[in-house]
Design a protein around this ligand. Structure first.
Ligand SMILES: NC(=O)c1ccc[n+]([C@@H]2O[C@H](COP(=O)([O-])OP(=O)(O)OC[C@H]3O[C@@H](n4cnc5c(N)ncnc54)[C@H](OP(=O)(O)O)[C@@H]3O)[C@@H](O)[C@H]2O)c1
Length: 277
């Protein structure tokens, strides 16, 4: 029986993957912030006769307290981790700051993946064929890292914040083998394309209606989107890090995966986290 930790495991793609892993007899620890969705995930697991293999960890992963709490709970619940999936996200039309003073999207969609990925190394390395699956946007919509304003104090839009976190995740994955040269973990950066999920829920009413209509027409259902993701988790490429847009493998080239930029972001992130250590 394999053990999977899935952030954002109570909704959308994360939930779909979690239920698929439960259905095949694996164990799933779903981490997210809402009690209600967590309970619904556990009820669904019970309906599928998988209750003893389903765990819900409630943690607000946009805060350092929540990230530390999630690490603590996972270490308490598992002796090894075969797969770590990063799917927690929330689109924020307006700029918000966390209790630690970070811009919320940066904290949730990038910083928590940095902290949990490095923090769960020891449990992952105990598994036979460990994988980190970082669901973001490699090879997708353009965006950049705002080096002089990482917390987006100026000219904030929800889209800029989401795109910046995607670019940060590209660099996080690209840099992972440099931080852990001996690791057996395979790090997969994955862009699922347009998938019909709760992603549009926080949008203002008119954008939400438009996005949901477009999703009905053009987005994949979760049940279809998760098939290549689950396959990649079972059969990751041999290289320590790889990137995909749906089924297409992307070359780890150019600015998005540039080693010098990856090093720079890692150093900046260490500085941001230093006061909290
Ligand atoms: N859907 C798409 O079209 C699409 C396209 C490209 C990339 N992606 C990527 O795929 C991944 C999954 O997306 P999705 O559309 O499936 O997401 P989703 O349906 O919106 O689900 C997001 C999950 O994150 C959790 N979450 C939100 N805020 C959180 C917080 N502060 N702490 C912990 N958990 C939190 C939510 O539960 P709670 O609210 O209860 O916490 C929920 O379980 C994301 O990384 C996204 O960037 C999706």
């Amino acid at each position: 029986m394999r053990t999977y930790v899935i952030t954002g495991g109570t909704d959308g793609i994360g939930r779909g993957l979690g239920l698929r892993f439960l259905d095949r007899g694996d164990r799933v620890i779903a981490v997210s912030s809402g009690e209600e969705k967590g309970r619904a995930f556990l009820r669904e697991a019970a309906r599928r006769n998988a209750a003893p293999r389903a765990v819900f960890v409630r943690a607000d992963l946009s805060t350092l307290t929540g990230m530390r709490g999630a690490l603590h709970e996972v270490f308490a619940a598992a002796e090894s981790v075969d797969g770590l999936v990063f799917g927690a996200q929330r689109f924020r039309p307006r700029r918000e700051e966390t209790e630690d003073g970070f811009e919320s999207t940066f904290a949730l969609a990038y910083l928590s993946r940095h902290v949990l990925g490095h923090g769960l190394m020891d449990l992952l390395e105990k598994a036979d064929s460990p994988v980190i699956m970082n669901l973001a946007g490699p090879g997708g919509l353009p965006g950049t890292v705002h080096w002089n304003d990482l917390q987006l104090h100026h000219r904030y839009t929800g889209r800029r914040a989401a795109m910046q976190s995607s670019r940060c995740n590209d660099l996080l994955g690209a840099h992972f083998p440099t931080r852990h040269p001996e690791a057996r973990i395979r790090y997969v950066l994955y862009n699922p394309g347009f998938v019909r999920t709760a992603m549009a829920d926080p949008l203002p009413a008119h954008w939400r209606a438009l996005t949901k209509t477009l999703a009905l027409l053009f987005a994949q259902p979760v049940s279809k989107a998760i098939t290549p993701i689950a396959h990649l988790m079972d059969h990751p490429p041999a290289e320590p890090v790889s990137a995909f847009r749906r089924r297409t493998r992307l070359p780890l080239e150019g600015k998005a995966f540039d080693p010098a930029r990856a090093e720079r972001l890692d150093a900046l992130t260490a500085e941001l986290l230093a006061p909290a250590l």
